[in-house]
Design a protein around this ligand. Structure first.
Ligand code: PGA
Length: 261
């Protein structure tokens, strides 16, 4: 986390990926809300978010309205509207009350050939409609082995930031997710996370001097109740993007509690 004089609200975001049926999701959310309510005397200081499949957004946004849990999407079209079969636009998400969207997740980069220009276009489109993009960056194993982790991550960040207006860019969230840590149970060392986050913050200071200190830097990749506290203790880690463990309300609640100490 940052020093005490920096008023940054941490963000803990779950990424359900392509899991759970819409008909199961609402009961799941009720369970999570009940667990948070039971913990309410501890009062989480984090902002909480669940990024769910498009099919779940309307129902879950309605149920989550007025609760401490926000609902986000996992992707957005780079286009505004029109003949793009199968795509979902930023205005459609905003119209549902969705405020966050993940862009450039490594699974999109890998299986849908999304490059930095696509990620940038999606982030810009999201920002233009009042959505907060959670831009994912992260190196592959071979890139880390070759000593290129920082270079790869900073390149992806530069691609995402290109042409962003300083005014809207302050809403940005960046998630460092090493590809080799996603869904594998393997996590970087604390020093490795600290190194990448320090470089990310530094680059943000150069690119967006006014906004840099307020931009949240999440860590993602095999975050679990068992390792959450040590990850949250790292400088410049302002929360987490949680995949597998966000599918279990009990684990997700323990991760939220870990941030509050
Ligand atoms: P994981 O996924 O927590 O299951 O490793 C993280 C992510 O892909 O966002």
């Amino acid at each position: 986390m940052q020093s005490a004089d920096t008023p940054i609200t941490p963000l803990i975001a779950g990424n359900w990926k392509m899991n759970r049926l819409p008909s199961e999701a609402q009961a799941w959310l009720r369970d999570l809300l009940a667990r948070l309510e039971a913990d309410a005397d501890r009062g989480s200081r984090s902002e909480l978010l669940l990024c769910v499949p498009f099919t779940h957004l309307a129902g879950m946004s309605e149920l989550a309205f007025g609760t401490p849990v926000g609902i986000g999407a996992q992707d957005v079209s780079r286009h505004e509207a029109g003949a793009y079969t199968g795509e979902v636009s930023a205005p459609m998400l905003a119209d549902l009350g969705v405020r966050y969207v993940i862009v450039g997740h490594s699974e999109r980069r890998e299986y849908h050939a999304e490059d930095d220009a696509t990620v940038n276009a999606k982030a810009q489109r999201a920002l233009a409609h009042g959505l907060t993009p959670i831009v994912c960056v992260g190196e592959r194993q071979a890139e880390r082995d070759a000593g290129r982790a920082v270079e790869v991550v900073l390149g992806q960040l530069a691609g995402a930031l290109e042409g962003l207006e300083p005014g809207s860019a302050e809403r940005l969230v960046v998630a460092y997710e090493p590809v080799w840590a996603i869904g594998t149970g393997r996590t970087p060392t604390q020093d490795q996370i600290a190194e990448v986050h320090a470089f990310l913050r530094d680059r943000l200071r150069t690119a967006l001097p006014e906004a840099a200190e307020g931009i949240r830097l999440l860590y993602g990749g095999s975050v679990k109740p068992e390792n959450a506290a040590e990850i949250f203790a790292i400088a410049d880690v302002d929360g987490a993007l949680v995949g597998g463990a966000s599918l279990k309300a009990a684990d997700f609640t323990r991760i939220i509690a870990a941030l509050d100490g």
